[in-house]
Design a protein around this ligand. Sequence first.
Ligand SMILES: NC(=O)c1ccc[n+]([C@@H]2O[C@H](COP(=O)([O-])OP(=O)(O)OC[C@H]3O[C@@H](n4cnc5c(N)ncnc54)[C@H](O)[C@@H]3O)[C@@H](O)[C@H]2O)c1
Length: 312
Amino acid sequence: MRVVVTGGAGFIGANLCRRLAGTGGIDEVVAYDNLSTGSKDNLAGVDGVDLVEADICDPRALDKAFRGASTVVHLAARPSVPKSIADPVASHVANVTGTLEVLEAVRRAGRPHVIAASSSSVYGANPTLPKHEALKPSPLSPYAAMKLATETYALAWGHSYALDVLAFRFFNVFGPLQPADHAYAAVVPAFVSAALEGRPLPVHGSGEQTRDFTYVGSVAAVVTEAVLRRVSASEPVNLAFGSRTSLLELIAVLEEVLGRPLERQHGDARPGDVCDSQAEVSRLHALFPGVEPVPLVEGVRATVDWFLDQQG
Ligand SMILES: NC(=O)c1ccc[n+]([C@@H]2O[C@H](COP(=O)([O-])OP(=O)(O)OC[C@H]3O[C@@H](n4cnc5c(N)ncnc54)[C@H](O)[C@@H]3O)[C@@H](O)[C@H]2O)c1
């Protein structure tokens, strides 16, 4: 089985490639990445992953990489709300035109299974909790609109061209390989790096806002199972586990892991930040019965260990 991961040198992609490469039944893993935010270092020391350095807007390179693939996991994107606001055309090219090119290359490649990454940001201004997939999307940023386009294109290509497609909506994913200055959902690495450097933890607003934090290992496990069983669905699927953790609770978990109290510095709330986010999980559980997340405390511990390793 040959699996191609676009964005495979990025945070989620490199964690996924590591997992796929160690999974029985998967013979070849290709990380396809233009290294715009990802890096070769993310794949250093991983056996069994070939890096193809190319852009998803390059049809020839896509055709070459997708030849013989049984699944294409499409993660490549410019995953930054601020960048999408500052330069929406560049973000559109990577996030939407790039998705279209990937889907067209999938058609030319004999229709491998497709797994595409969307985002909880598509729920945007919709205040209903938990976020179930049938809610009306209400994107608040160009990035969120583009992720809605990504999943909509992927599912429409599934219907129109008989492709097996699965569109996941990721929630706040965290874990090793996510740098502290990562532009998206960066609160966990921002807190961990501040704590390890002895700085107060930067909290936007009261810290009572909640998120459905998802450890990247749990995401990689579900996606790997989807690859192995060629799981598809005609509607988007939340990939999170229905937890609702406030930033203050997250800080308490970090204090438990580090065994010491942490100072906080509260700043202004960020404009456009949603108050609460929590996934409704019945669709995920119907497709992946028995799937269990890595508990938050274990994920935070693994993240702290990774930061400590980086510091040498
Ligand atoms: N991290 C999260 O919490 C989160 C939440 C929701 C959705 N997502 C989605 O998950 C996916 C992966 O996100 P991530 O957090 O790993 O981000 P990331 O920036 O670490 O990974 C994206 C990867 O795509 C590559 N890339 C960008 N443009 C490309 C192009 N034109 N051609 C080829 N490669 C290109 C980058 O170099 C990078 O390696 C994205 O689609 C993102 O929208 C992430």
